[in-house]
Design a protein around this ligand. Sequence first.
Ligand code: ZN
Length: 498
Amino acid sequence: MNVYSAIKQLVQRAILLNLIQQEDEIYAVNQIMSLIGLTDIREEQVGYELSEIPNILDELVLYAVREGVIEDLFEEKEIVSSKIMNVFLSKPSEVNKAFYERYLEKPEKATEYFYNLSRNSNYIQTKRISKNSSYKTLTPYGELDITINLSKPEKDPKEIAREKERKKVSSQYPVCLLCAENEGYTGRIGHPARSNHRMIRLELKDEPWYLQYSPYMYYNEHCIVLSHFHRDMVINKEAFERLFEFVEKFPHYFIGSNADLPIVGGSILTHDHYQGGNYEFAMARAEDENTFTLDTFPSIHASTIKWPMSVIRLRSFNKQELIEACDRILEKWIGYTDTSIGILAYTGEIRHNTITPIVRIRNKEYEVDLVLRNNRTNEEHPLGIFHPHQDVHHIKKENIGLIEVMGLAVLPARLKVELREVEKYLLGEPNKIEPYHIPWGEEIRISYNKEITSTSVEEIVRNEVGNTFLRVLEDAGVFKRDEQGQAAFWKFISSLNT
Ligand SMILES: [Zn+2]
């Protein structure tokens, strides 16, 4: 593909996808030319096959590097690529207008429009996401989702060194990755390019909020709902109110929040935000285990569910009662101590208990899952008592946040290669198995024995990754799934009515 046909192709694609109109063609071509340092263009070549947008973008960026318009650095390439796509995008006010016109017809139409826009504008990194290795694996708790995250581009060491040499601009703008000021922000070394970023304005509890999709989405229509204000994450009554208000506005989406304490929270605690989407996780499919009633909330159907972590599920048509009940459970949990199973509410002044909440509408009824969390550490478990333990760190040692809680394991890229070596090890072939996988490999060998063949080994390892993830979730559960743990869970539930 030469650069001239690449530009033409990209503009044709944009017209086909309705990002721009035919009348915009000449203008768009000229804008792109200027971004990659072209002042002259040859006659259009005929008969080419349209390539996908990310591939055409790669061509154009490559040209800009070759011509010395930009340096061969990841961030600089991202900036140009994002600016090129911005040529096809309307201003935020126009995007919002188009969104809300469709919303009046049906909320699904509005999210469908914005989701497609975010994909077509390459804001959602579809090409990189497609590199992820994802599958489902059956466990006693239903089908869990496993994703080995390969979408984050790996930089070669030379590039990292060169970026280090270049002075990092020390900047407080935008303050963080989730701040509203990212909308249309060019980007710089150390901060992603966001020229092609657009956000939908929302009001939640009389405050300005925004809706966007995740550029590295892990499930269908993975969206992020973020506050206009750069302020800490907090789980409180207002947070519950906002979650319910959101599903009222978008009944086809679930929404959840990461917990608000380190270890049990997500990676960004400093900007108030939630995550939602159009996807049914294994946890949503988990069945009731034990049901109970809550005094003063007669409309609410309350239960624990069959899930490796400790979850209280509440269902009702009465939103206000649900918000009050969530708040009561949160308050009780924050102050709850049961030393017999290692749950301490505080160490001195430091609080340990919090909740990961998820809200959805099912058959027109509100449903909320409250996942009880505790972030205490001790000498035996310095990374967290209710956190993946040492023996499963070879698969996962990162925080167990909202997405994992619901049953989707996001696993580190290193596993792609490492698991292949585990397979060779199990087959008795020459291998480079990492020493930390050997005890696990031995367990697999013992339990599967002769079943391990060159045709079955991949499936066996996949299943065992699923079982290990299950163990990860059990480790994160505050009330264990044994008799003692479940009795303690029931004791807590009884305390809700006192
Ligand atoms: Zn922020």
